[in-house]
Design a protein around this ligand. Structure first.
Ligand code: F6R
Length: 361
């Protein structure tokens, strides 16, 4: 049942305010400015003993993991990074008992992720699952974890589960942070930011018609470049994947800082760039990157917290706390991918060559 929408992707994009409300529900503890995550099976002593966090997932879940790793580093000050689960399992990785491993999966059935979890457990590691489908293989195999409560996701292309997984990571980062050195004040600040998300998502979705018009323009491109730095970079990667999957337009994501080390050679009027430009301490750096692109007659669509002079168009996203900004910045880019695919007449819910859950090697 598509509830009045023409595709599941559209329906699922529009369910995000509600979905985020669900992942937050019952977990916030205002008294201690933290969150309760009962299913982690990780007591305060365990949480304090974690020396590193390694996040494993595939595709969109891997990108959510990259955002999660940054949140954990920022809020809990634990070194954290994300890696595609398939790469991890084939490179005979060093498995460290002081590392907390986190497997991320919408379906909970992705074979490469499951195999990585099994290998980790065989070597004695502690593995948490951040999973959408309740009772799925990865959820059962993990030592503990969190359900992201996005609700059923039918479209092959992941949207609401990505957003909810990012929010789940924010909760985990806050929890680990408050068990360690994150101040009450910062805890409160993040909680207030989290509470604002559902309304801000709804506000963002009201811009759909403007984004549809932009998409009609970009649908003519043969290729697109997505750039961002630090918090904006995983957002750029996810947006680039979304566009590729659903519209079949070639897209590439690059850290904005790497432009001058190669990709600037590609810039010309026929290659539009989508620039993720949060209003944080890197704003000036991002403006300089846009200037470089403009100087070579590249077209720019900025996703930012304020109108960008250097860009041809700006999609203005509501501002939240710096650490949580990536969550909202992903949403207009889902709409951009959707409307580009719609303009091109693509099979949106079932893109060619893709399956919802990849249960084979
Ligand atoms: C992207 C997409 C895929 C999945 C990937 C992992 O829109 O659908 O990249 O994200 O196959 O799937 P899960 O999260 O089910 O493990």
């Amino acid at each position: 049942d598509m509830g009045g929408h023409d595709t599941y992707m559209h329906k699922e994009i529009h369910e995000q305010a509600e979905a985020v409300d669900r992942v937050l529900r019952g977990r916030i503890d205002d008294r201690f400015s933290t969150v309760h995550l009962g299913g982690l099976n990780l007591d305060a002593r365990d949480a304090r003993a974690v020396r590193r966090v390694k996040i494993l997932g595939c595709g969109t879940s891997y990108h959510a993991g990259q955002i999660g790793a940054q949140m954990i580093e920022e809020l809990a000050r634990i070194p954290a990074d994300a890696e595609p689960a398939s790469e991890f399992r084939y490179r005979n990785a060093v498995v460290d008992p002081d590392t907390l491993y986190i497997a991320v999966s919408q379906s909970g059935e992705t074979y490469d992720v499951l195999a990585a979890v099994q290998e980790l457990k065989r070597k004695g590691a502690r593995v948490l699952g951040i999973v959408n489908v309740v009772g799925s293989a990865i959820a059962r195999e993990a030592d503990g974890g969190m359900y992201v409560h996005a609700g059923p996701e039918v479209c092959v292309v992941s949207t609401k589960c990505f957003t909810n997984t990012c929010v789940a990571f924010a909760l985990l980062a806050l929890h680990l942070g408050r068990t360690r050195d994150l101040s009450v004040r910062d805890g409160k600040r993040i909680i207030e930011g989290l509470r604002k998300l559902p309304a801000q998502i709804s506000e963002m979705l009201e811009q759909e018609e403007d984004i549809r018009k932009l998409a009609a323009q970009y649908a003519e491109a043969r290729s697109m470049l997505f750039i961002g730095r630090v918090r904006g970079y995983p957002v750029a990667r996810e947006a680039s994947l979304k566009l590729k999957e659903v519209s079949y337009i070639h897209a590439e994501a690059y850290p904005a800082s790497e432009l001058k080390h190669g990709p600037l050679a590609l810039i010309e009027p026929a290659l539009p760039t989508v620039a993720i430009v949060p209003d944080d301490d890197l704003l000036e750096k991002n403006r300089a990157a846009m200037e470089e692109i403009k100087a070579r007659s590249g077209q720019i669509l900025a996703v930012a917290h304020q109108e960008q002079e250097k860009a041809d168009h700006t999609i203005v996203v509501p501002k939240n706390e710096d650490e949580l900004d990536p969550i909202l910045m992903g949403i207009p880019l889902q709409l951009l991918a959707y409307h580009t695919a719609l303009a091109l007449g693509r099979d949106i819910d079932k893109p060619r060559n893709l399956a919802k859950s990849v249960t084979v090697e």
